[in-house]
Design a protein around this ligand. Structure first.
Ligand SMILES: NC(=O)C1=CN([C@@H]2O[C@H](COP(=O)(O)OP(=O)(O)OC[C@H]3O[C@@H](n4cnc5c(N)ncnc54)[C@H](OP(=O)(O)O)[C@@H]3O)[C@@H](O)[C@H]2O)C=CC1
Ligand SMILES: Nc1nc(=O)c2c([nH]1)NC[C@@H]1CN(c3ccc(C(=O)N[C@@H](CCC(=O)O)C(=O)O)cc3)C=[N+]21
Length: 359
């Protein structure tokens, strides 16, 4: 492998891409000449940067777009039926959100979550605190929702202001009300393959793959990013015996991420680095999901370069893919929690029988 290596201030190796004689640039060159007569709209070149980093726009053999909005709508339809059944037994699920500060992105996510709740009949419980609140004040609201019988599950919108310790706040959530699946008990249950609440985004990714008939068992996955909300739990889920995928996890110290993505049947980009995955990083026909988000003045940029469309078999864009599924899975977690609680609160059949006999 030919690549140029440098070291950063911490002495870690940095790979310069594209390396001058990297074999992938040959692939990119071949693609360029093969498609020279079918150049796509000029607008698709806007983030191309170095010409050698990206393939030219390809209008032929474009990847099939995986539609997260459609799958999320199907899931919401399933949830509406479950919510109606709960309502018939006198139970209304409720989702709580705790938003600290006024980050416009976070505000917009939370708004979206409550719109979704209204859409399927889940009650919304909103708590908002100013950015300069103390951690103690946030913990008080966490405890309040832990105790609130109307709240089946809740989330603390991340990131929290820098003066707070996210771990302390997440640990204060009752694990049986942890709608995000980010409490250490639920992450521990995931490691041990025990029932519990599973984080929304990896759950949404698996659901999206299943509904779009992307093979999982035996497939080679490359997950870029091992953060707590996406990459790390996704790796755990993909390697359970029920999924049995082979997974390579990449992170900032991975020397040559492209070497791992190029051999993958499925690439999941969850690093939060705009347009990280270039077309020449992708095995032709592979499935590529864009999860990481970078907000810019021009709008949302995903971790996957738009020209990947010309190489992938199936793919998602930065929006309309994994995002709506994350929201749908949050609703599903809340309905799961409400059903579990209703089951626990119902007197068991044997107990009810015993009462009847006694009477
Ligand atoms: N679309 C959706 O529904 C959702 C999107 N997101 C987005 O997904 C992204 C990931 O979220 P989260 O898991 O919380 O992220 P974190 O910030 O916790 O983790 C990011 C991970 O990416 C790795 N990384 C960063 N830069 C590179 C790079 N150049 N090459 C390889 N790996 C890299 C980091 O490596 P290291 O471990 O070495 O630091 C780390 O493991 C974010 O952009 C977030 O906004 C999150 C939730 C839902
Ligand atoms: N406790 C917590 N749980 C989270 O799940 C959580 C979080 N904090 N902090 C931030 C990230 C990010 N995240 C997204 C959810 C939906 C979309 C989504 O629906 N996006 C739309 C576009 C939305 C827009 O245009 O702004 C789409 O992809 O089509 C995106 C990102 C959840 N996160």
């Amino acid at each position: 492998m030919h690549r140029s290596l440098e070291s950063d201030a911490a002495g870690r190796s940095i790979v310069q891409f594209p390396p001058a004689r990297d074999p992938a640039t040959v692939v990119a060159g071949r693609r360029r000449s093969a498609t020279a007569a079918s150049a796509g709209p000029a607008g698709r070149r806007e983030h191309a940067g170095d010409e050698r980093q990206t393939n030219p726009p390809m209008t032929t053999c474009a990847a099939t777009l995986i539609d997260g909005n459609l799958a999320a709508e199907e899931i919401k339809e399933e949830l509406r039926a479950r919510v109606e059944r709960l309502a018939a037994s006198g139970v209304r699920p409720g989702l709580g959100t705790i938003l600290v500060g006024d980050d416009p992105g976070s505000r917009s996510y939370v708004r979206g979550k409550h719109r979704d709740c209204a859409d399927v009949g889940i009650e919304s419980i909103r708590r908002e605190l100013p950015a300069d609140s103390t951690q103690k004040e946030v913990l008080r609201v966490v405890r309040e929702l832990n105790e609130d019988p109307a709240c089946s599950g809740f989330i603390v919108q991340l990131p929290l202001p820098p003066h707070m310790d996210m771990r302390v706040v997440l640990q204060a959530i009752d694990p049986d009300k942890d709608a995000d699946g980010l409490h250490p008990v639920n992450l521990g249950r995931l490691v041990l393959d025990q029932p519990g609440t599973v984080p929304c985004t990896p759950q949404g990714i698996l659901e999206l793959l299943r509904r779009n008939e992307v093979p999982i068992t035996g497939a080679q996955f490359c997950v870029i990013g091992c953060g707590t909300t996406v990459g790390r739990p996704l790796g755990l889920m993909l390697t359970r015996v029920t999924e049995h995928a082979t997974v390579t996890m990449c992170h900032e110290a991975t020397v040559d991420v492209a070497a791992h993505t190029r051999v993958a049947d499925v690439v999941i980009a969850a690093a939060g680095v705009a347009h990280l995955v270039k077309p020449y990083w992708v095995k032709p026909g592979a499935t590529v999901l864009s999860v990481g988000i970078t907000r810019t003045v021009e709008g949302i940029l995903g971790d996957v370069h738009p020209d990947v469309e010309g190489v992938a078999g199936k793919w998602t864009r930065a929006t309309g893919g994994v995002g709506p599924m994350t929201r749908a899975m949050l609703l599903r977690n809340v309905v799961d929690l409400a059903e579990r609680r209703a089951e626990q609160d119902r007197p068991s059949r044997s107990h009810a029988d015993a009462v009847e006999h006694a009477g």
